[in-house]
Design a protein around this ligand. Sequence first.
Ligand SMILES: NC(=O)CC[C@H](N)C(=O)O
Length: 269
Amino acid sequence: MALVKALVITGYGTNCEKESAYAVRQAGADEVNVAYFSDLVSGRIRLDPFNYLIFPGGFLDGDDLGAAQAAALRWRYAKTSEGEPIVSQLERLFASGGVILGICNGFQLLVKLGLLPATDGAYFERQASLGNNDSARFEDRWVQLKANPASPCVFTKDLGVLALPIRHGEGKMVFQDAELMGKVVRENLVALQYVHPETGEPTEEYPFNPNGSPLGIAGLTDPSGRILGLMPHPEAFNHPTNHPGWTRGEHAELGISVLAGGVRYLKAQ
Ligand SMILES: NC(=O)CC[C@H](N)C(=O)O
């Protein structure tokens, strides 16, 4: 049974690192650390000791150039003060069986860095993007979701219907072309979809789908199932009273369950 050592990356406008660290601790991680990207550059911290990496939500570089665009370039090209590409540490963490979770801005980063959806194992080749919401507005409310039971995703494996908060301006999934989107769907790399509350089925209808994402795509995984990126914020549903309907006695699966999927997977190794 592996120890779960989580690292939450912050800096440059990230603002959900504390909730994400709290949530992964609640989910059962043995060790939880928060570090700045600049700590990786200075060498104060390395990715090597960790097996659970979290890219939290926020406004990296103020969303200039598009959400997480500059950060994706930073992750791809920055080196430690000793000259080692930081991306090599990231590649090693993943190659040695680690799990990676990107929440909202973190999802945008994973997609722009080419870690999602990575069809055909083409990691670090960008195949998709996240564009402006169809509403052309920042959307901030709760949505209903459904996990895809056929997806290889280790985070959403045992999940069904979920209610989670969203808060983003750039959540519309855009694929390179229709062929790639078909492949993502066929290979079940769609891990999570917005659903219509009446039918419980994936929807493109606003406001249930808050951004106009095709097929209601709210989260993607990679072919290994060890990377998950999602627009909603599971870390923000860490107690039953976070749910807007809790005083009416409404219950829903805590978002912590998403983070717990990664913990369970690592502990089973
Ligand atoms: N909550 C977030 O992480 C927001 C992500 C990004 N800044 C957006 O608005 O789309």
